[in-house]
Design a protein around this ligand. Structure first.
Ligand code: GUN
Length: 282
């Protein structure tokens, strides 16, 4: 039976560590502050933002949610970002993506002060990740690295296959694995013979966004499988990018969905906000 990598438990431990550090920082007069901008009324985004606010409360941060209607103009949204950039009590700014039609994700990311960019989406921070001297870790990939590390799994010298090349997950994931001396292959929708490449993976990270995409014939015996996906199956039940029931008996370690990578993303956001407050807070 595969080792079940319990993200819920590891994230709770991580939040406990962040809460302890926050208490020390507060004694020095600095309370980490996170501002979350939510534009429109997408239910999934509302849930994500609610969970981020809950995590802030748990670790002792100040948090502020800015709800804007879907009719908000680009200029209005950029003005909100500008104001938050100038606030001394706000150390991290996050604008929940995707934005409603007509608003430009890229322009908003570019407008956030890189020192407050706790998503690590700004080109300046992406550049730091590429070089390997990052302040802010990309939340989901960093959460995956933490899961791997805290489960006693070695990256160095292993073949790591990442399925997906998004700016949020696939690309920075590959960089973090490379930083730990993994041999990294990035696969995507145009990759030929995907199953054969995935079968070579010692560590397989699935970030495709398609329910149960990774099947039993795509994994090597004893491999570590990390499932970044959050999808609904044919019965409307939450599931990942990996066909868990088919893959679990073959592999050495696997993350469940829910309770795997998801809680880690938010824990890493808390960590980045704490880093921002420690580094730039006053
Ligand atoms: N939408 C889905 N994931 C994310 C994330 O990590 N950050 C932001 N800002 N929006 C998202």
């Amino acid at each position: 039976m595969a080792q079940l990598i319990n993200g819920k438990e590891i994230a709770a431990r991580l939040r406990g560590e962040i809460a302890a550090e926050t208490a020390v920082l507060k004694e020095k007069g600095i309370t980490p502050g996170l501002a979350v901008i939510l534009v429109g009324d997408d239910p999934a985004s509302q849930t994500y933002v609610r969970n981020k606010q809950k995590a802030c409360q748990e670790v002792g941060f100040y948090s502020e949610q800015i709800n804007l209607p879907a009719t908000t103009t680009q200029e209005e949204l950029l003005a909100v970002v500008k104001e938050l950039n100038e606030r001394k009590d706000i150390h991290g700014i996050l604008c929940q993506l995707p934005l409603p039609k007509g608003l430009d994700d890229g322009a908003v990311i570019a407008a956030i002060d890189p020192k407050k960019d706790v998503d690590a989406f700004h080109a300046e921070n992406v550049g730091h990740i590429m070089i390997g001297d990052q302040h802010f870790l990309p939340c989901t990939p960093a959460g995956v690295m933490e899961l791997i590390h805290r489960s006693g799994i070695t990256v160095e010298g292993r073949h790591c296959v990442v399925i997906g090349r998004s700016n949020i997950v696939g690309k920075p994931m590959a960089m973090l694995l490379l930083q730990k001396n993994g041999t990294v292959t990035i696969c995507h929708s145009r990759t030929k013979d995907l199953a054969a490449i995935c079968r070579q993976a010692d560590i397989l990270v699935a970030a495709v966004g398609r329910a149960k995409f990774v099947t039993a014939d795509m994994v090597k015996e004893g491999a570590t499988v990390i499932d970044v996906g959050i999808n609904r199956d044919e019965n409307g039940k939450l599931c990942g990018d990996v066909d868990f029931a088919a893959v679990e008996p073959i592999v050495g370690a696997i993350t469940p969905v829910p309770g795997g990578v998801g809680p880690m993303t938010i824990a890493m956001l808390m960590k980045n906000t704490l880093t921002a407050a420690k580094t730039y807070g006053c």
